[in-house]
Every structure is written in structure tokens, then in C-alpha cells.
Design a protein around this ligand. Structure first.
Ligand code: KIV
Length: 280
């Protein structure tokens, strides 16, 4: 007797075409970072559309004070873990410092991102001057998320992490860059620490979605570093991130209780041994 089995429901990943369609339909996009399998699975269960394996892994997981030391090998390693435990969210690998010096170098690293790491897209920091790189990648079938405004990989040049958009000429430069990157084929653009009004204007002007971080409420989507969302950090979060929990203190408290229980048990066992007759 043959047993009728229902075909397993296939869950398909969100694609870059879906992302563009969602903007056209007026649906906001939610993106969070993740760097390991457990967190990625939880973030996906929570319903995000996109998971960014950010080079912020340098600060959040690897103990660096900036994203500069993060290597492509590290990005591949963390992205593989994220891809393994997710089925639906679009996974974006953040190209780290030094991988986008020219179109061919960026292409070589982006091929690794898709082939070896299993990402569905790459993100790269860069203004209008990065348009030829975006064009080269997209011409080879590699979806690109652009990233303008504050580019954390420029920290040594910027001398910190300033906001963008208010200084003379900056609003025009940001708009020009967003349009050039869209024209080069980017499927979305991250606006980091961009003046709210400028971010709103860029969002209205572009056909592709803008995803804001510290850039006001009028972007097509929002992205946050997961550690900043859940309070899993030893340093204070950026001012625009409002942690919804204090996971770091929960972990510390669990560890304290474990240590106290372990030490109490050991002390009890020792005193019992000493009291029991025949104990040498
Ligand atoms: O690396 C990262 O986490 C990012 C986001 C802050 C956009 O680039």
C-alpha cells in the first residue's frame, strides 16, 4: 500500500526583486544584523526581511574597536553560519575594508560571498565614486546593497562617526550618490546617520528602497545591529538605538547564579565527606 505524503512546504528566500516590489507596495522593510546560527535563526523567526552579516562583527563579536581589522575570511565564516540556520530571509554579506579597492577586486570577493559563503547579496560602503564597482558586480549577477552617509570603514579619515547631510553641499552629494548607485544597479541603499530630512528626500526620489540607521523614520526600511536592539554589549549603544532588553545583564546574572550554586554544592559535598564515618 502506498502512503500518500504531502509535499514538504518549500519556504523560499526573499529575493532582491521582492525587496524592490515591497517598496512599490509601500511596505516597510526590517533588517537586522546576525553573525552566528542561533541569533540568525531567532532573528528570522522574529520576521525580518533581510539579515545583514555586518562587518560590525568586528566590534560585536571579535573584540575590535572598529570594523577595519575584519577580513573577508571572517565574513565568509560568519555568513556560512547565518545561511545554514535560515531559510527565508535574504542574507547580505558586508564587504569588509580593503575588498572594494577596484571593480575586479570587488568582483573576486563578491564571488566568494555568493559561492563560498552562500549569501544572496553583498553590501558595500561608498559614495558616487563606487558606482563603477556596483555596475561591475551587478553585470555579473551579484546583487548589491549600497551604503552611504556615515561609512564606518572611513573612521580613520573621518576621525570618528559623524552625522551627514547638514554641512554645505552634503545633501546634494548624498542625493547624487544615491542616484548614481541606483543607476549602477544597486537594489537598495543604506543611509547611515544621514540628516532625517535629507534621508526623507532621498527616499522619495529613489525607486529602490532606502534602509535607514540613525536617519529618521521616513526611510523605506530600518536596520539595526542586533546587539544594540537587545542590549547585548559592554559599551553604551549609539544614541539612535533604543535597546528593548538588557540581555548582557541577564547573561551576567545567570553566570553569577551558576557560579554561586556550583561553589555552594562543592562546599556541601566536601563537608559531607568529612562528616561521613570511615572517611580517611
Ligand atoms: O556592519 C553593519 O552592521 C552595518 C550596519 C550598521 C548597516 O553596516
Amino acid at each position: 500500500m502506498s502512503v500518500q505524503t504531502r509535499p514538504a512546504q518549500s519556504i523560499r528566500r526573499i529575493t532582491t526583486r521582492d525587496i524592490r516590489r515591497l517598496k512599490a507596495e509601500g511596505r516597510r522593510l526590517a533588517m537586522l544584523t546576525a553573525y552566528d546560527s542561533t541569533m540568525a535563526a531567532l532573528v528570522e523567526r522574529g520576521g525580518v526581511d533581510l539579515i545583514l552579516v555586518g562587518d560590525s562583527v568586528g566590534n560585536t563579536m571579535l573584540g575590535h574597536s572598529s570594523t577595519i581589522p575584519v577580513t573577508m575570511d571572517a565574513m565568509v565564516h560568519h555568513t556560512q553560519a547565518v545561511v545554514r540556520s535560515t531559510q527565508r530571509a535574504l542574507v547580505v554579506l558586508d564587504l569588509p575594508f580593503g575588498t572594494c579597492t577596484d571593480p575586479d577586486t570587488a568582483l573576486r570577493h563578491s564571488i566568494r560571498a555568493l559561492q563560498e559563503a552562500g549569501a544572496q547579496a553583498v553590501k558595500l560602503e561608498g559614495d558616487e565614486t563606487a558606482a563603477p564597482i556596483v555596475r561591475r558586480l551587478t553585470s555579473q549577477g551579484i546583487p548589491v546593497m549600497a551604503h552611504i552617509g556615515l561609512q564606518p570603514q572611513l573612521v580613520h579619515q573621518l576621525g570618528g562617526y559623524p552625522r551627514f547631510g547638514k554641512a554645505p553641499g552634503q545633501a546634494e552629494w548624498l542625493m547624487r550618490s544615491a542616484l548614481a548607485l541606483q543607476e549602477a544597479g544597486a537594489f537598495a541603499v543604506v543611509l547611515e546617520c544621514v540628516d532625517d530630512a535629507v534621508a526623507a528626500r532621498i527616499t522619495r526620489e529613489l525607486a529602490i528602497p532606502t534602509i535607514g540607521i540613525g536617519s529618521g523614520r521616513d526611510c523605506d526600511g530600518q536596520v539595526l545591529v542586533i546587539n544594540d536592539l537587545v542590549g547585548l554589549s559592554l559599551s553604551p549603544p549609539p544614541s539612535f538605538a533604543k535597546p528593548r532588553a538588557q540581555v548582557a545583564s541577564i547573561i551576567e546574572q545567570c553566570v553569577r547564579e551558576f557560579v554561586a550554586e556550583t561553589q555552594a554544592t562543592a562546599a556541601g559535598a566536601e563537608s559531607q565527606r568529612q562528616e561521613s564515618p570511615g572517611h580517611a
